[in-house]
Design a protein around this ligand. Sequence first.
Ligand SMILES: *Cc1c(COP(=O)(O)O)cnc(C)c1O
Length: 381
Amino acid sequence: MKEKLLLTPGPTKIHPDILEALGRPIIHHRTTQFQDILKEVNEGLQYVFQTKNDIYLLAASGTGGMEACVANLVSPGDKTITVEGGKFGERWTELCQAYGGDPKVINVEWGKSVQPEQIKEILDGDKDIKAVFITLCETSTAVTTNVKAIADVVKDTGAILVVDGISGVAVTDIQTDNWGVDMVVSASHKGFMLPPGLAFVSVSAKAHAVIEKATSPRYYFDLRKSKKAFAKTDTPFTPAIGIIVALNESLRLMREEGLGNLFARFARLAEATRTAARALGMTPFPDDACVSNALTAINVPEAVDGGKLVKVMRDEHGVSVAGGQAQLKGKIIRIAHMGCVNEEDLTRGFTTLEKVLTALGHNFTAGAGVNALQESFSQKV
Ligand SMILES: *Cc1c(COP(=O)(O)O)cnc(C)c1O
């Protein structure tokens, strides 16, 4: 069996420098040695989140970070806005309901993105909306949301704008301070190239004011505790020390490359992936206007069993891509190109995809996908 390759949208491939950091002996967290790392990590995260706000580290998967936002903002009876255009948007609705909130749900056809006017209409009609929950990159459909345009609509209202940037931060531009985004959530196992287990939440002063007054019960995820600890370059509980040490390496790599170069690299990989899919007679699932650069969702040809395609690629060739979720089960495949996925990885991915598509009965010119991929890679920017 060849070396396994993860082209899934979380967890993602781990960079070798990060793997090395993960193998270091554990250190204690109440030491100046760890505090120095924490300080560097906080600065690195502020660079990547493009903010001067506090960013809290929670030992949890991404959903834990999402829950922290809701638990700290939404009191029983509070009205919120959520957007359902995929699995992760639905999660915001479920979380608001779990905390006794009253989410006004905007339904968006899967593969399309929410329009700022849809959010404005609800905000204009109801001055009591406490918070607006959106998703930077809806990983289930590979759709990107225009966060800047939505922030323009929300920022002069009393509502708090919360963005699920779990697969978006460190991949797609999100200018937290410039655009006026109050809370941004991300997690270790997508663009940050780390194992799962760490969530990040950035919090604006406007959001802090709401958090102080919220009445929902909370303990481990109480961001008032996180705020106090952050001021002392500390964490309220035992942090995920090993992942934080490795996060420092991840942030170092990103700072060396620079955010602009990072975003441009993913845009190129995404463009090449879409071009290669078309060369195989397949089409990207989302609308062209809102395609994601973190991952590409591709419609599986009618004649091919999408579930089998994913399974054979993984079990017989060692290449993991993701299938569709919910109503898209069996209908799409999702190929991630975030973090440290590179041109060679995508070449192996498409070589394998071509082999398995042929075996499952899809007709195309052999090599067309891989050739289109190479041609796209070699084009000047
Ligand atoms: C992966 C992901 C999540 C969920 O994260 P978990 O780590 O599985 O809890 C939430 N939102 C988006 C957009 C994601 O990509």
